[in-house]
Write a protein that binds this ligand. Structure first.
Ligand SMILES: Cc1ncc(COP(=O)(O)O)c(C=O)c1O
Ligand SMILES: N[C@@H](CCCC[NH3+])C(=O)O
Length: 444
């Protein structure tokens, strides 16, 4: 059993997180329930910040809010000195509403709408990460109309793709994101931008993938981005004040996962950039990164109440919980693996192998296959670990289920940071046109 952060088994044999008994949390807030270990989130933020401080370089660690974007999380990111990466008007709105300093917000996305760009310019956010030519020209026009100047990074694809345990070096990167370095489109984008009136070139951005466990991919991306920077300086006379190497740092979901300490990723990135730019006698830029999963992933635990079981002798025993793909779509989407145990009887020995099913009307709505558990009964609490990233943020109302509440726990206190949705939240946006209302009345 692997316990993350402040999680421990208390004297009553129940899982406790942040000093809070999970059975009490379930009783107080209902299930499913996302529980976040605030001390662990802050520890992860500090690991990144401290690793950069140790390098003596200028830097920004931008939390990739797509992983988990709620106002309380924005507050923590701000308190810990992080910047924030947003990819939509909704994320930007959340950050601004939480009082996150606009000049530390970076806006990503491959299809930002004119309205989103206007919103970003009006809010005077720190920078916009331009993804393609359409956006570049549109942004300049909007900025011109507003007599504004906009700082931009260019999202470039360095021809490196990282997957959990390996990276591949690709020639022409087939991706919807960014300007390709290899085929010259990144260079052309910068040449174009030099002649545009209302954008200021801040630098380049690359992101090579997610849930990465080694440093080679980052090093290769850093090398290619630096080579590109030197080429741009030589040919266009433009020197980048910022190089951003994105996110993607892996975390431990199950025992097969072997993430490196955060400091090793940071060191690999900064060492590679330093070494390469020294070759070129290139002034050291600010180094930015964008961790999402590695800030919040292992700090989240989802509590479910166990309900029905179905035993198919000789085949499989299904144990169903009161959530599923609606609150955690990752197993269905990516075949993601999770660890779990009974939160209310954490010391009970395992007695059988079961598979955890969600409650959606969908055969693929399975959370965990072949999990060792004690014999369960309805009302038992199942804790699924490492659900902090891309769970709440990707949750849906499929089958008109209500999205769960989110609580932050620390030092024995539990604070509600998102309330559970109500039926009104689910059906209250529906509009029945007058003609259908009449029809309904006529038929009844
Ligand atoms: C541009 C960009 N930055 C940062 C991230 C955050 O990635 P992760 O959560 O893996 O750290 C992503 C998502 O993969 C991304 O696309
Ligand atoms: N949503 C994905 C990661 C996507 C990263 C965003 N660029 C996941 O759950 O693993």
């Amino acid at each position: 059993m692997h316990l993350h952060g402040t999680s421990q088994i208390n004297a009553a044999g129940r899982l406790e997180i942040g000093g809070c008994d999970t059975a009490e949390l379930a009783a107080r807030f209902g299930t499913p329930l996302y529980v976040f270990d605030e001390a662990l989130i802050r520890r992860r933020c500090r690991e990144f910040m401290d690793a950069f401080r140790a390098t003596g370089l200028r830097f920004q660690v931008a939390y990739a809010s797509k992983a988990f974007c709620v106002m309380a999380m924005c507050r923590i990111a701000e308190e810990e000195g992080l910047s924030l990466d947003v990819v939509s008007d909704g994320e930007l709105y959340t950050a601004l509403r939480a009082g996150f300093p606009a000049d530390r917000i970076h806006f990503h996305g491959n299809n930002k709408t004119p309205e989103e760009l206007e919103m970003a310019i009006d809010a005077k956010i720190g920078c916009i990460v331009v993804d393609n030519f359409t956006e570049l020209y549109m942004l300049n026009e909007i900025a011109k109309e507003k007599s504004a100047r906009v700082s931009i990074l260019f999202r470039v694809t360095p021809g490196v793709e990282a997957h959990t345990h390996e990276f591949i070096s690709t020639g022409q990167t087939d991706t919807k994101f960014g300007f390709d370095i290899g085929n010259g489109s990144a260079f052309r984008a910068i040449r174009e931008a030099v002649s545009l009136s209302n954008v200021d070139i801040l630098g380049v951005h690359s992101h090579i993938g997610s849930q990465i466990f080694e440093t080679d991919g980052f090093k290769l991306a850093a090398d290619r981005v630096c080579d590109f920077a030197q080429n741009v300086r030589k040919e266009l006379g433009v020197t980048f004040p910022v190089i951003n190497l994105g996110g993607g740092f892996g975390i431990r979901y199950t025992e097969g996962d072997t993430p490196l300490p955060v400091g090793q990723y940071v060191q690999a990135i900064t060492d590679s950039i330093k070494a390469k730019l020294a070759e070129y006698d290139y002034p050291m830029p600010e180094i930015w990164i964008e961790p999402g999963r590695s800030i919040v992933g292992d700090a989240g635990t989802t509590l479910y109440t166990i309900g029905s079981t179905k035993d198919i002798p000789g085949v499989r025993k299904y144990v169903s919980v009161d959530g599923g793909m609606t609150d955690n779509p990752r197993p269905a989407l990516y075949d993601a693996k999770y660890e779990a145990f009974l939160a209310n009887r954490a010391n009970d020995p395992s007695e059988e192998t079961v598979s955890i099913a969600g409650k959606c009307c969908e055969t693929g709505d399975m959370l965990i296959w072949d999990l060792e558990l004690p014999k369960t009964k309805p009302g038992d609490l199942l804790a699924v670990f490492c659900t902090g990233a891309y769970n709440y943020s990707m949750a849906s109302n499929y089958n008109r289920l209500r999205r769960p509440a989110v609580v932050f726990v620390r030092d024995g206190e539990a604070d509600l940071v998102v309330r559970r949705e109500t039926f009104e939240d689910v059906a209250g946006k529906d509009v029945v046109p007058e003609r259908l209302r009449k029809q309904a009345v006529a038929k009844s």
